[in-house]
Design a protein around this ligand. Structure first.
Ligand code: ZN
Length: 233
């Protein structure tokens, strides 16, 4: 089975449509989502609707939670809070209900899905270094754990030396961000896992950044949120 794993879409409909079309072209059987469907971007209803339709598994992200209950946006940046409050107002009841129904983690036979980290999913702590990653391996049972949250793709083996995916070692894999990459590369990012060959590939692709940025501006959201899409920061 080939699984496309998407994270951190952040209401970027243009990037999501492109990622799903690539996933289809690359013979994907299932689509999983690691949360942060909304927040920052200008198309929250469109993105929630499409993820609900296409993703067979999905977990909640901190921006999804903040869209449901804006008191969770208090710790966000100024622009993040503005976007969370706007998202809360514009989301339909059906889409708010879907976001609030999402679990923090989802455990399957081969892999665990969680937005931020498997140890304390509700605290939203980042895994940004090998030191952060090491204690996390005790907090999931499956061979693989897929995460998002930092918007920076990486592969980290349990030996903390193997930074590419191979058989017979446990891994934490960050698939990067579909809708707001922050590794200096503005191309959308997601991952494809082939469970038969046990191979993993990080997919990067151009998409219509100008249109996604214009939607942010048209809705009166902070211009910074549009500008950063061109830079991948
Ligand atoms: Zn995010």
């Amino acid at each position: 089975m080939r699984i496309s794993i998407l994270s951190d879409i952040h209401s970027n409909y243009e990037a999501l449509v492109k990622a799903l079309s690539l996933a289809d072209q690359l013979r994907t059987d299932e689509i999983y989502c690691l949360g942060d469907i909304v927040g920052y971007g200008g198309s929250p209803n469109e993105c929630v609707h499409l993820i609900q339709k296409r993703a067979s598994k999905c977990v909640i992200g901190n921006h999804d939670l903040a869209a449901v209950d804006t008191s969770h946006a208090r710790c966000f940046t100024k622009h993040g809070t503005v976007a969370a409050e706007w998202t809360h107002k514009i989301l339909t009841k059906e889409n708010l209900d879907y976001l609030s129904s999402l679990p923090y983690t989802s455990e399957l036979e081969l892999l665990t899905l969680v937005h931020a980290n498997p140890a304390k999913p509700q605290d939203w702590g980042y895994i940004s270094s090998l030191e952060d990653a090491l204690p996390q391996f005790a907090h999931f049972k499956t061979p693989l754990c897929f995460i998002g949250h930092s918007h920076i793709p990486f592969v980290c083996g349990e030996d903390l030396k193997t930074l590419y995916f191979k058989k017979d070692l446990r891994f934490i894999i960050n698939v990067g961000s579909v809708g707001q990459p922050r590794d200096g590369n503005p191309q959308l990012s997601f991952g494809i896992l082939d469970t038969e060959t046990r191979t993993y590939e990080n997919i990067r692709s151009d998409y219509d950044v100008a249109s996604a940025a214009q939607t942010i501006i048209d809705h009166g959201l902070p211009r910074f949120l549009a500008d950063r899409l061109f830079l991948g920061v």
